[in-house]
Design a protein around this ligand. Sequence first.
Ligand SMILES: Cc1cc2nc3c(=O)[nH]c(=O)nc-3n(C[C@H](O)[C@H](O)[C@H](O)COP(=O)(O)OP(=O)(O)OC[C@H]3O[C@@H](n4cnc5c(N)ncnc54)[C@H](O)[C@@H]3O)c2cc1C
Length: 412
Amino acid sequence: MQLPVPAPGPDAAVAFVREHLADLACDTPAASRSFRGGQTAADAALAALDVTGYAGRRNQVLPESRRGASRMSPYIRYQLVGLPALWDHVADAPANDRRKYRDELTWQEFTRHLYARFGRDGEPALREELRAHPPSPPEPWDEPWPRDMACMDATLEELHTDGWLVNQTRMWLASQWTVRAGARWRDGEEAFFTHLLDGSRAANRLNWQWTTGAGNGKAYAFSRWQVQKRAPSLCRGCALRDACPVASWPADERTTRAPISDLLRGDPDPAVTAGPESSPSGEVDAVWLTAESLGDADPALAAHPDVPAVFCFDEPLLRRLTLSGKRLVFLAETLADLATRRPVEIHRGRVADELAGRRLAVTFAPVPGFRRRAAELEPAVVHPYPWLFRPRAGRMQSFTAWRKGMPAQPDR
Ligand SMILES: Cc1cc2nc3c(=O)[nH]c(=O)nc-3n(C[C@H](O)[C@H](O)[C@H](O)COP(=O)(O)OP(=O)(O)OC[C@H]3O[C@@H](n4cnc5c(N)ncnc54)[C@H](O)[C@@H]3O)c2cc1C
């Protein structure tokens, strides 16, 4: 089913989602309080980005004015800003901040590589523990994120209204959920994925695994200590300040070993994982846009400026995911913004049905869902994914091992 293209701006995007996609959302669709979707918003955020002080303040939570986080992740998620562009943008930042910021961009790339490698056969990836089973607390909690703890309440509120959190509070929530409360990390990962505007299976699953000890065997322990250090006002105003349930460190943080996949040791065919290396030529009559790449610099969009861009809200997938309306509004804003520069078609349905019979150009996406849909649609032209570092065959047991196998500077 083809849908109308909304006018630019959050109000039209909210109205569009409420009219056409509300049955697929888990809440009443509304816009994120803090983030606007679209290339125009992403360009403005990039132009304003100054990472001076980032290394010292990236973990600060409150007051908000002291945060060092760059807040670029929703734009990075949809390739409205690419990792190579950010790498270049911070070239003149103070050395320590530049190094730290580029390290974090490299973590993002690491998660993409792992997800691509484990999802290379088109099957769901990284749902199993990579190296260890997280710790089990002696007494599981009835409610993993109790709202009477001010640190839980404030961070969940931010997640639900903004669709975004700083890295530090993501770690608190993940550790509290699994290491403290004994809940399944995959359920927590889903709860994040529902709301995060930047929610990606690669970064979300990997970070849940790393925080809970599944990724490297060492769990991150959450306690009042971090809240007092990073957001002291939360403890001061907490109803439980004299009976804090996380006043001391967790009783037991031991993980137990899990079987290790051979894919962590090496990739038998990195070319399959990485996708095409160069852009072929070919006649096409539309560019198929995926949620993995919605920016103006998308290689397929850039190579075929005269054909419409077609995006399909994947009904079976969205029905299963039941995302927050904020994510759908962000996407609608992004498509509406693109439509101010070139023809855009928006569909809702099964992707392979909605786009059947068209000669499509698309940018390769290193995720299992793309492989499955592309196998059905057989695009005429598949453009390379804009990797920061092209995936190689080497070890991925740890970030450090993987980084050693990558060049010092991004591949161009
Ligand atoms: C439990 C948990 C779940 C997470 N889920 C996601 C997710 O779904 N999507 C996502 O993009 N990030 C996720 N992260 C990583 C990180 O928290 C966010 O990328 C970051 O908070 C986004 O805010 P920012 O752009 O201001 O980050 P900054 O600190 O300004 O960093 C700049 C960029 O570096 C990258 N980056 C920073 N830290 C990490 C990291 N630990 N792993 C991967 N990339 C990183 C991101 O692309 C980020 O936008 C998660 C972290 C945890 C602990």
